[in-house]
Write a protein that binds this ligand. Structure first.
Ligand SMILES: Nc1ncnc2c1ncn2[C@@H]1O[C@H](COP(=O)(O)OP(=O)(O)OP(=O)(O)O)[C@@H](O)[C@H]1O
Ligand SMILES: [Mg+2]
Length: 421
C-alpha cells in the first residue's frame, strides 16, 4: 500500500512512526491477551488434574470392602464407565504404618510416601500425587496415593501455544493491513484540506500582487515629484514604499512555495551550468555586498552541469548567497566555491557572519522561522528563503547541508545530482 501523502504536512517518516506505534500497541495488547489465555489455561489444567486425583482416590477407597480380610484394592480400576489411564498413572495402597501393600500403573513413583493427606509434586517424571487416608465406615484402613503424569496437560498447553502463535501472526498481518488502510483513510481529509489551503495561498498571493503593484507604482510616482511635499510626509511615503516592497517579496515567496508544494505542473528541466549560474547570481548580489563592504569571492574548482529548472536553481543560490551577505556584519567575507563530486554539483557558500546556534540548525528551514539575532541583524525578512531553497533542492533530488558556529560564520552546501544530461 503506497503512502501518498506528499501534499500533507505530515511526512512519510511521521506516518511510518504513527503506524509503528499503532502496531506496537496492538502487539502488546495481543501478547497480554495470549499470556492471559495461557496462564488461565495452565491453571485450569492443573486444577482439573487435582480434582481428578481426588475423584480417583475417593472412588478407589469407596470400592474397598472392609469385611474382606485382604481386600483386592485395585480389582476394578474404573471410574464410572471409563478405565483409568494406567499408562500415565501410579496407584499405591499403603498400610496404616506406611508400608506399601499394593501398586498398579506404569508411571515411576519416586518421591517418598508421607502419611499426610496432601498433594505432592514429582519432578522426574513430572507428575502430581495425592495421598488420601482410606477411611471406611469410620475406620482407617490404610492410605491411597495416586500419581498422574503432567504429560497430557503439557501436550495440551503445547497445542495451545502453537494455536496462539499462529493466531498472533495472522492477527498481526491482518491488523497491519487494517492500520495501514485506516491511516490512509484518516489522512485523506487532512490531505484534501491541506491542498485547499495551498490553493488558497496560491490564489491569495496571486491576487495580492496586483494591488501591491498599484501601491508601489503610485508611491513611486508621488516620490518622483516630491519637491513640494513636507519632509515628514515624504518620510512616511518612503516607509510605505519599503513596506510595499517587503510585502511584494513576501507574496512572491508564498506563491513560489504554494506552487512548489503542489507540484501540479513539473517545471521544465534543461541542462544548467552551475558555474555560470553562480556567476550570474554572484553579480546580482555584488551591490548588496558592496553596501556592507563585504569581500566577495567566487572559486570555480569544476564546472558541473545539472539537469534542472534554471529559475528554481537560481532561487536556491540567490537565497543562500543573500543570507550569507545579510547575516554577515560589515567588512566580513563571503566565499562561493563550485565543485563536482561523485556525480553531484556542489555549491558551497561560506561566510564570516553571525552564525547559527546548534539548537537552531534544525529550524532554519521551517517556514517563517527567524533567529532573534537575525531579526536584529536584518529587519524585514520573512523567514521563507531557506524553505523555498530546500523545497527546490529536494525537487532536484538534492539537499542543503549546514555547518555553523555562533559568531564565527556558516557554511551552506547545496548538492544537486548531475543526472543524465
Ligand atoms: N548565513 C547565515 N548566517 C546566519 N544565520 C542564517 C544564515 N542563513 C540563514 N540564517 C538563519 O536562518 C533563518 C531563516 O533564513 P531564511 O532565508 O529562510 O529567512 P530570512 O532570511 O530570515 O527571510 P527571507 O524570507 O527574506 O529569506 C534566518 O532568519 C537566520 O536566522
Ligand atoms: Mg533569507
Amino acid at each position: 500500500m503506497a503512502l501518498d501523502t506528499a501534499l500533507s504536512p505530515i511526512n512519510n517518516k511521521a506516518i511510518r512512526r504513527l503506524i509503528a506505534a499503532n502496531l506496537l500497541v496492538f502487539v502488546l495488547v495481543l501478547l497480554t491477551f495470549c499470556a492471559g489465555v495461557y496462564f488461565f489455561s495452565a491453571a485450569k489444567l492443573h486444577g482439573d488434574l487435582k480434582q481428578r486425583l481426588a475423584m480417583f482416590n475417593g472412588s478407589l477407597i469407596a470400592s474397598i470392602d472392609p469385611d474382606e480380610i485382604e481386600p483386592d484394592i485395585f480389582e476394578s480400576t474404573r471410574t464410572g464407565q471409563t478405565a483409568l489411564p494406567l499408562e500415565r498413572m501410579k496407584l499405591e495402597w499403603y498400610s496404616k504404618d506406611g508400608k506399601i501393600l499394593k501398586e498398579k500403573g506404569s508411571l515411576p513413583a519416586k518421591i517418598p510416601f508421607s502419611a499426610i493427606a496432601s498433594y505432592q509434586q514429582q519432578d522426574d517424571p513430572p507428575a502430581l500425587a495425592l495421598t488420601t487416608p482410606g477411611i471406611v465406615r469410620g475406620q482407617l484402613m490404610g492410605f491411597m496415593r495416586t500419581f498422574e503424569s503432567y504429560a497430557e496437560a503439557d501436550r495440551e498447553l503445547a497445542r495451545l501455544q502453537t494455536g496462539l502463535a499462529v493466531g498472533v501472526v495472522i492477527a498481526f498481518a491482518v491488523s497491519a493491513l487494517g492500520i495501514l488502510w485506516l491511516t490512509q483513510l484518516s489522512l485523506k481529509p487532512l490531505d484534501e484540506a491541506f491542498l485547499k489551503l495551498k490553493r488558497f495561498t496560491d490564489h491569495a498571493s496571486h491576487e495580492l500582487r496586483t494591488p501591491l503593484t498599484a501601491i508601489q507604482t503610485n508611491i513611486d510616482f508621488v516620490l518622483k515629484r516630491s519637491e513640494g511635499i513636507e519632509p515628514t510626509y515624504r518620510e512616511k511615503l518612503v516607509t510605505v514604499q519599503n513596506t510595499a516592497k517587503q510585502m511584494t517579496v513576501l507574496t512572491n515567496e508564498l506563491l513560489l512555495l504554494a506552487r512548489a508544494d503542489r507540484k501540479e505542473s513539473p517545471a521544465a528541466m534543461t541542462p544548467v551550468n552551475i558555474g555560470q549560474l553562480s556567476e550570474e547570481v554572484f553579480e546580482t548580489v555584488r551591490p548588496l555586498a558592496g553596501q556592507k563592504s563585504i569581500e566577495l569571492a567566487l572559486e570555480q574548482k569544476k564546472s558541473p552541469v545539472v539537469k534542472g529548472n534554471r529559475e528554481e536553481l537560481r532561487s536556491i543560490l540567490n537565497n543562500i548567497l543573500q543570507n550569507a551577505i545579510e547575516y554577515t556584519p560589515t567588512k566580513g567575507k563571503v566565499v562561493v566555491t563550485i565543485d563536482e563530486h561523485e556525480g553531484n554539483a556542489l555549491v558551497e557558500v561560506s561566510d564570516t557572519g553571525i552564525g547559527i546556534a546548534a539548537d537552531d540548525i534544525d529550524k532554519i528551514f521551517d517556514r517563517f522561522w527567524r533567529a532573534d539575532r537575525a531579526r536584529t541583524a536584518r529587519a524585514g525578512g520573512a523567514g521563507l528563503g531557506l524553505s523555498i531553497a530546500k523545497t527546490f533542492a529536494e525537487q532536484h533530488q538534492g539537499d542543503i547541508a549546514v555547518k555553523s558556529m555562533l559568531d564565527e560564520g556558516s557554511i551552506f552546501t547545496v548538492r544537486i545530482p548531475c543526472g543524465k544530461n
